[in-house]
Design a protein around this ligand. Structure first.
Ligand code: BTN
Length: 305
Protein backbone atom coordinates (compact mmCIF):
# COMPACT_ATOMS: atom_id res chain seq x y z
CA UNK A 1 0.00 0.00 0.00
CA UNK A 2 2.82 2.47 0.81
CA UNK A 3 4.08 2.23 -2.81
CA UNK A 4 0.64 3.16 -4.08
CA UNK A 5 0.49 6.08 -1.64
CA UNK A 6 3.87 7.34 -2.93
CA UNK A 7 2.57 7.02 -6.49
CA UNK A 8 -0.54 9.06 -5.68
CA UNK A 9 1.62 11.66 -3.91
CA UNK A 10 3.67 11.91 -7.11
CA UNK A 11 0.49 12.28 -9.15
CA UNK A 12 -0.60 15.11 -6.82
CA UNK A 13 2.67 16.81 -7.81
CA UNK A 14 1.81 16.49 -11.50
CA UNK A 15 3.50 13.17 -12.36
CA UNK A 16 1.81 10.48 -14.42
CA UNK A 17 1.69 6.83 -13.33
CA UNK A 18 1.51 3.41 -14.88
CA UNK A 19 -2.03 2.06 -14.62
CA UNK A 20 -2.19 -0.98 -12.31
CA UNK A 21 -5.12 -2.66 -10.61
CA UNK A 22 -3.75 -1.76 -7.17
CA UNK A 23 -3.43 1.92 -8.15
CA UNK A 24 -6.91 1.95 -9.71
CA UNK A 25 -8.36 0.49 -6.48
CA UNK A 26 -6.57 3.03 -4.27
CA UNK A 27 -7.66 5.92 -6.52
CA UNK A 28 -11.24 4.70 -6.50
CA UNK A 29 -11.20 4.31 -2.71
CA UNK A 30 -9.97 7.90 -2.38
CA UNK A 31 -12.62 9.10 -4.85
CA UNK A 32 -9.94 10.53 -7.17
CA UNK A 33 -10.73 10.77 -10.88
CA UNK A 34 -8.04 10.30 -13.53
CA UNK A 35 -7.63 10.26 -17.28
CA UNK A 36 -5.06 8.68 -19.58
CA UNK A 37 -2.27 10.62 -21.20
CA UNK A 38 0.08 8.67 -23.46
CA UNK A 39 -1.09 5.43 -21.88
CA UNK A 40 -0.35 6.70 -18.35
CA UNK A 41 -2.70 7.93 -15.63
CA UNK A 42 -2.90 11.55 -14.51
CA UNK A 43 -5.21 13.15 -11.96
CA UNK A 44 -8.11 14.99 -13.55
CA UNK A 45 -8.36 17.59 -10.78
CA UNK A 46 -5.68 19.33 -8.73
CA UNK A 47 -5.02 17.69 -5.35
CA UNK A 48 -3.24 19.47 -2.51
CA UNK A 49 -2.19 16.78 -0.03
CA UNK A 50 -1.30 17.58 3.58
CA UNK A 51 2.31 18.64 3.94
CA UNK A 52 3.61 18.25 7.51
CA UNK A 53 6.98 19.92 6.77
CA UNK A 54 5.30 23.00 5.37
CA UNK A 55 2.86 23.14 8.30
CA UNK A 56 5.63 22.76 10.87
CA UNK A 57 7.76 25.44 9.17
CA UNK A 58 4.81 27.85 9.04
CA UNK A 59 3.88 27.56 12.73
CA UNK A 60 6.07 29.86 14.86
CA UNK A 61 7.82 28.58 18.00
CA UNK A 62 8.53 25.01 19.00
CA UNK A 63 5.37 24.10 20.91
CA UNK A 64 4.32 21.35 18.49
CA UNK A 65 5.74 18.08 19.84
CA UNK A 66 4.66 16.09 16.76
CA UNK A 67 2.97 16.81 13.46
CA UNK A 68 1.45 13.80 11.72
CA UNK A 69 -0.66 13.49 8.59
CA UNK A 70 -2.37 10.11 8.16
CA UNK A 71 -3.57 8.86 4.80
CA UNK A 72 -6.57 7.26 6.46
CA UNK A 73 -7.48 6.97 10.15
CA UNK A 74 -10.54 6.01 12.18
CA UNK A 75 -10.69 9.42 13.91
CA UNK A 76 -7.93 11.93 14.67
CA UNK A 77 -9.63 12.61 18.03
CA UNK A 78 -9.74 8.93 19.00
CA UNK A 79 -6.09 8.57 17.96
CA UNK A 80 -4.96 11.34 20.32
CA UNK A 81 -7.31 10.32 23.15
CA UNK A 82 -5.51 6.94 23.09
CA UNK A 83 -2.20 8.82 23.51
CA UNK A 84 -3.27 11.27 26.25
CA UNK A 85 -0.79 9.83 28.74
CA UNK A 86 2.16 10.05 26.33
CA UNK A 87 5.00 12.46 27.18
CA UNK A 88 4.49 14.00 23.70
CA UNK A 89 0.76 14.59 24.10
CA UNK A 90 1.03 18.36 24.71
CA UNK A 91 1.31 19.96 21.27
CA UNK A 92 0.72 16.76 19.27
CA UNK A 93 -0.99 17.67 16.01
CA UNK A 94 -2.74 14.85 14.18
CA UNK A 95 -4.17 15.43 10.70
CA UNK A 96 -5.73 13.02 8.26
CA UNK A 97 -6.64 12.96 4.58
CA UNK A 98 -9.63 10.81 5.43
CA UNK A 99 -11.46 9.54 8.52
CA UNK A 100 -13.33 6.27 8.48
CA UNK A 101 -15.14 6.97 11.74
CA UNK A 102 -15.02 10.74 12.05
CA UNK A 103 -16.98 11.75 15.14
CA UNK A 104 -19.15 14.81 15.76
CA UNK A 105 -20.81 16.16 18.89
CA UNK A 106 -23.79 14.40 20.45
CA UNK A 107 -22.84 11.02 18.99
CA UNK A 108 -23.09 12.19 15.39
CA UNK A 109 -20.86 11.03 12.56
CA UNK A 110 -18.53 13.56 10.86
CA UNK A 111 -18.45 12.88 7.12
CA UNK A 112 -14.75 12.79 6.20
CA UNK A 113 -14.02 12.01 2.52
CA UNK A 114 -10.45 11.89 1.23
CA UNK A 115 -8.17 14.82 0.47
CA UNK A 116 -10.55 17.75 0.26
CA UNK A 117 -11.36 18.92 3.76
CA UNK A 118 -9.57 19.49 7.06
CA UNK A 119 -9.66 16.95 9.87
CA UNK A 120 -7.30 17.89 12.65
CA UNK A 121 -6.83 17.28 16.36
CA UNK A 122 -4.46 18.91 18.80
CA UNK A 123 -3.44 17.41 22.15
CA UNK A 124 -3.13 19.97 24.94
CA UNK A 125 -2.60 19.80 28.71
CA UNK A 126 -4.41 22.32 30.89
CA UNK A 127 -4.46 22.77 34.64
CA UNK A 128 -7.35 20.77 36.07
CA UNK A 129 -8.12 23.77 38.30
CA UNK A 130 -9.50 25.95 35.49
CA UNK A 131 -13.11 25.55 34.37
CA UNK A 132 -13.07 24.06 30.88
CA UNK A 133 -16.72 24.78 30.06
CA UNK A 134 -15.99 27.77 27.82
CA UNK A 135 -13.05 26.24 25.96
CA UNK A 136 -15.11 25.05 23.01
CA UNK A 137 -16.58 28.56 22.56
CA UNK A 138 -13.10 30.11 22.67
CA UNK A 139 -11.87 27.65 20.03
CA UNK A 140 -14.98 28.40 17.94
CA UNK A 141 -14.38 32.16 18.08
CA UNK A 142 -10.73 31.68 17.16
CA UNK A 143 -11.65 29.40 14.28
CA UNK A 144 -14.13 32.02 13.03
CA UNK A 145 -11.44 34.74 13.21
CA UNK A 146 -8.94 32.61 11.29
CA UNK A 147 -11.52 31.76 8.61
CA UNK A 148 -12.54 35.41 8.30
CA UNK A 149 -8.95 36.43 7.73
CA UNK A 150 -8.66 33.66 5.12
CA UNK A 151 -11.34 35.42 3.08
CA UNK A 152 -14.63 34.07 4.47
CA UNK A 153 -16.12 37.33 5.70
CA UNK A 154 -19.61 36.03 6.53
CA UNK A 155 -18.57 33.39 9.04
CA UNK A 156 -20.50 33.28 12.32
CA UNK A 157 -20.86 30.92 15.25
CA UNK A 158 -24.00 29.15 16.44
CA UNK A 159 -23.81 28.40 20.17
CA UNK A 160 -21.94 26.54 21.43
CA UNK A 161 -19.48 26.02 18.59
CA UNK A 162 -20.97 25.36 15.16
CA UNK A 163 -19.16 27.44 12.55
CA UNK A 164 -21.70 28.64 10.02
CA UNK A 165 -21.50 30.03 6.50
CA UNK A 166 -24.56 30.89 4.42
CA UNK A 167 -26.90 29.31 7.00
CA UNK A 168 -25.13 25.95 6.70
CA UNK A 169 -22.63 24.33 9.03
CA UNK A 170 -19.13 24.75 7.64
CA UNK A 171 -17.06 23.47 10.53
CA UNK A 172 -17.44 21.74 13.86
CA UNK A 173 -15.40 21.33 17.02
CA UNK A 174 -15.25 18.27 19.25
CA UNK A 175 -13.36 18.72 22.50
CA UNK A 176 -12.72 15.62 24.57
CA UNK A 177 -11.08 15.28 27.95
CA UNK A 178 -8.86 12.54 29.28
CA UNK A 179 -8.68 11.49 32.93
CA UNK A 180 -6.88 14.19 34.98
CA UNK A 181 -3.39 13.30 36.28
CA UNK A 182 -1.09 15.23 38.57
CA UNK A 183 -3.11 18.43 38.36
CA UNK A 184 -3.28 18.37 34.56
CA UNK A 185 -6.10 17.48 32.25
CA UNK A 186 -5.35 16.39 28.70
CA UNK A 187 -7.80 17.78 26.17
CA UNK A 188 -8.10 16.80 22.54
CA UNK A 189 -9.32 19.70 20.41
CA UNK A 190 -10.77 18.26 17.21
CA UNK A 191 -11.72 20.48 14.28
CA UNK A 192 -13.40 19.48 11.04
CA UNK A 193 -13.83 22.00 8.19
CA UNK A 194 -15.69 21.37 4.94
CA UNK A 195 -13.59 22.83 2.16
CA UNK A 196 -15.17 20.85 -0.64
CA UNK A 197 -18.01 18.46 -0.02
CA UNK A 198 -19.67 16.57 -2.89
CA UNK A 199 -23.45 16.18 -2.88
CA UNK A 200 -22.91 12.41 -2.68
CA UNK A 201 -20.99 12.67 0.61
CA UNK A 202 -23.11 15.50 1.96
CA UNK A 203 -26.24 13.39 1.39
CA UNK A 204 -25.46 11.62 4.65
CA UNK A 205 -25.49 14.85 6.71
CA UNK A 206 -28.75 15.41 8.58
CA UNK A 207 -28.51 19.20 8.89
CA UNK A 208 -27.88 22.22 6.65
CA UNK A 209 -24.22 22.27 5.60
CA UNK A 210 -21.88 24.43 3.59
CA UNK A 211 -18.34 24.37 2.23
CA UNK A 212 -15.78 27.03 1.36
CA UNK A 213 -15.64 26.21 -2.33
CA UNK A 214 -14.29 29.16 -4.33
CA UNK A 215 -14.39 31.58 -1.39
CA UNK A 216 -11.23 30.61 0.47
CA UNK A 217 -8.33 32.92 -0.30
CA UNK A 218 -5.52 30.56 0.80
CA UNK A 219 -4.36 26.97 0.22
CA UNK A 220 -5.35 24.03 2.44
CA UNK A 221 -1.95 23.59 4.16
CA UNK A 222 -1.67 27.33 4.77
CA UNK A 223 -5.10 27.32 6.38
CA UNK A 224 -4.07 24.46 8.70
CA UNK A 225 -0.88 26.34 9.63
CA UNK A 226 -2.80 29.56 10.33
CA UNK A 227 -5.37 27.71 12.41
CA UNK A 228 -2.75 25.98 14.49
CA UNK A 229 -0.68 29.17 14.95
CA UNK A 230 -3.75 31.15 16.05
CA UNK A 231 -4.86 28.38 18.43
CA UNK A 232 -1.41 28.13 19.97
CA UNK A 233 -1.62 31.85 20.74
CA UNK A 234 -5.15 31.66 22.16
CA UNK A 235 -4.85 28.56 24.35
CA UNK A 236 -2.32 30.02 26.84
CA UNK A 237 -4.59 33.11 27.22
CA UNK A 238 -7.55 30.86 28.02
CA UNK A 239 -5.37 28.82 30.43
CA UNK A 240 -4.59 32.06 32.34
CA UNK A 241 -8.08 33.50 32.55
CA UNK A 242 -10.73 30.89 31.80
CA UNK A 243 -13.80 32.00 29.81
CA UNK A 244 -14.94 35.12 31.73
CA UNK A 245 -13.00 37.76 29.69
CA UNK A 246 -14.38 36.30 26.45
CA UNK A 247 -18.04 36.70 27.48
CA UNK A 248 -18.46 40.08 25.79
CA UNK A 249 -16.65 39.25 22.55
CA UNK A 250 -18.98 36.26 22.06
CA UNK A 251 -21.73 38.67 20.88
CA UNK A 252 -19.60 39.67 17.88
CA UNK A 253 -19.56 36.07 16.65
CA UNK A 254 -22.98 34.76 17.73
CA UNK A 255 -25.13 34.60 14.58
CA UNK A 256 -28.36 34.38 16.57
CA UNK A 257 -27.67 36.95 19.29
CA UNK A 258 -30.88 38.81 20.16
CA UNK A 259 -32.96 36.49 17.98
CA UNK A 260 -35.77 34.03 18.66
CA UNK A 261 -34.40 30.52 19.00
CA UNK A 262 -35.67 27.10 19.98
CA UNK A 263 -33.73 24.89 22.38
CA UNK A 264 -34.14 21.14 22.39
CA UNK A 265 -33.65 19.58 25.81
CA UNK A 266 -34.25 15.84 25.50
CA UNK A 267 -37.83 15.52 24.24
CA UNK A 268 -38.73 19.11 25.18
CA UNK A 269 -38.55 22.33 23.19
CA UNK A 270 -38.13 25.75 24.80
CA UNK A 271 -38.42 28.98 22.84
CA UNK A 272 -36.99 32.35 23.78
CA UNK A 273 -34.65 35.17 22.85
CA UNK A 274 -30.95 34.37 22.75
CA UNK A 275 -29.21 36.77 25.16
CA UNK A 276 -25.67 35.53 24.70
CA UNK A 277 -23.68 33.64 27.30
CA UNK A 278 -22.72 33.90 30.98
CA UNK A 279 -19.16 34.00 32.33
CA UNK A 280 -18.85 30.21 31.89
CA UNK A 281 -20.14 30.07 28.31
CA UNK A 282 -23.64 28.82 29.21
CA UNK A 283 -26.49 30.04 26.98
CA UNK A 284 -28.79 32.73 28.39
CA UNK A 285 -32.34 32.43 27.08
CA UNK A 286 -35.10 34.94 27.87
CA UNK A 287 -38.31 32.90 27.95
CA UNK A 288 -41.91 33.65 29.01
CA UNK A 289 -40.99 32.26 32.43
CA UNK A 290 -37.93 34.51 32.74
CA UNK A 291 -34.27 33.91 32.01
CA UNK A 292 -33.08 30.31 31.75
CA UNK A 293 -29.50 29.07 31.56
CA UNK A 294 -28.39 26.09 29.48
CA UNK A 295 -25.21 24.09 29.44
CA UNK A 296 -23.75 23.09 26.07
CA UNK A 297 -23.67 19.40 26.93
CA UNK A 298 -27.43 19.16 27.44
CA UNK A 299 -29.16 21.03 24.61
CA UNK A 300 -29.10 21.89 20.93
CA UNK A 301 -30.21 25.21 19.42
CA UNK A 302 -32.14 26.09 16.27
CA UNK A 303 -32.93 29.55 14.94
CA UNK A 304 -36.63 30.36 14.52
CA UNK A 305 -36.22 33.21 12.04
C1 BTN B 1 -19.41 18.68 15.52
O1 BTN B 1 -20.25 17.78 15.54
O2 BTN B 1 -19.73 19.83 15.30
C2 BTN B 1 -17.96 18.35 15.78
C3 BTN B 1 -17.26 17.83 14.57
C4 BTN B 1 -15.79 17.57 14.83
C5 BTN B 1 -15.14 16.84 13.68
C6 BTN B 1 -13.66 16.73 13.87
S1 BTN B 1 -12.84 16.16 12.42
C7 BTN B 1 -11.36 15.96 13.31
C8 BTN B 1 -11.74 15.41 14.66
N1 BTN B 1 -11.82 13.97 14.63
C9 BTN B 1 -13.06 13.54 14.82
O3 BTN B 1 -13.41 12.33 14.81
N2 BTN B 1 -13.89 14.56 15.01
C10 BTN B 1 -13.18 15.82 14.98
Amino acid sequence: MSDVISTIKGMANGLSAEPTTELADALAEAGLTTHQSGGRLVLSEPLELLDTDLIRRSVPGDILSRVEAHWSIDSTNSYLMDRASSADFHGWLCLAERQIQGRGRRGRQWISPFGKNIYMSLGWNLSSRIGLEGLSLVVGMQLARTLRSAGLKDIGVKWPNDIMLDRGKLAGILIEMATPRQGLIGVVIGIGINLQLDEKDAGEIDQAWSDTRGALGIARNKLVANLVSDLLEELPRFADTGFAPYQDSWKKFDLYYGREVRIQLGENFIEGVNQGVDSRGNLLLETEEGQQIFNAGEVSLRALS
